[in-house]
Design a protein around this ligand. Structure first.
Ligand code: GRF
Length: 217
């Protein structure tokens, strides 16, 4: 099976990018990152990629007159590298419908909540304010609805009484580094399929929450 060509879009630290690079290096993921694109020049993830010998591109969204024009530049960059899979890893831009449609079924995002709960920002604060006992992260396919596409993997963490926003964020972040490489591993091994009933992992139809990783998983 040929290696899947992966483009990763970031805006910041890139710790999820790092987790995926590490899983590739260890041979778990049948893929190669062909390009890391950031809309921020100072994103630390660009340094991580460069250190690993992965080509990077900075595309400044402020240099474009419209969202659509920026997105089109990013699309061209991804297509020029013939990426099979697009991974949003802390890419802090809302994507236009044309961009999302172009990569339909082959673009993933990670969101720091147990979707469909807490779409959007400040998820940890909102989970604490609601008095939730559990929180987590979700890897999902990207559709035009913000944080709304089909769910592939969820990792659950407990919320403890001493938690504040930062401690909860750190706990979730660690689980992101497990959930995202796992989702990418499955896709690159051709183990994930769509049908009219939902997402299948091998022969198993996943429920609407996706595959669920518990606290210890
Ligand atoms: C993560 O919390 C992810 O859930 C969100 O953006 C953050 C990216 O973190 N979408 P990093 O840049 O991968 O460290």
């Amino acid at each position: 099976m040929s290696l899947k060509r992966i483009a990763v879009l970031i805006s910041g630290s890139g710790s999820n990018l790092q987790a995926i690079m590490d899983a590739i290096d260890s041979g778990r993921i049948n893929g190669q990152i062909v390009q890391v694109i950031s809309n921020k020049a100072c994103a630390y993830g660009l340094e991580r990629a460069t250190k690993a010998g992965i080509p990077t591109t900075h595309i400044d969204h402020k240099a474009f007159a419209s969202r659509e024009m920026f997105d089109d530049e990013v699309r061209q960059c991804i297509d020029a590298h013939q990426a099979d899979l697009v991974i949003l890893a802390g890419f802090m831009r809302i994507l236009s419908p044309a961009f999302v449609q172009h990569f339909s079924g082959r673009m993933l995002n990670i969101h720091p909540s147990l979707l469909p709960k807490y779409k959007g920002l400040h998820t940890h604060k909102r989970a604490l304010a609601a008095g939730d006992k559990e929180h987590g992260c979700t890897v999902h396919f990207v559709t035009e609805e913000l944080d709304g596409g089909p769910l592939l993997v969820q990792a659950v963490v407990p919320i403890v009484t001493e938690d504040n926003e930062e401690s909860l964020q750190n706990r979730v972040h660690k689980r992101e580094h497990v959930a995202y490489p796992l989702a990418v591993e499955w896709i690159c091994a051709n183990r994930v399929h769509f049908s009219e009933n939902g997402i299948h992992l091998d022969d198993e139809l996943l429920d609407n929450s996706g595959f669920r990783l518990g606290y210890e998983a």
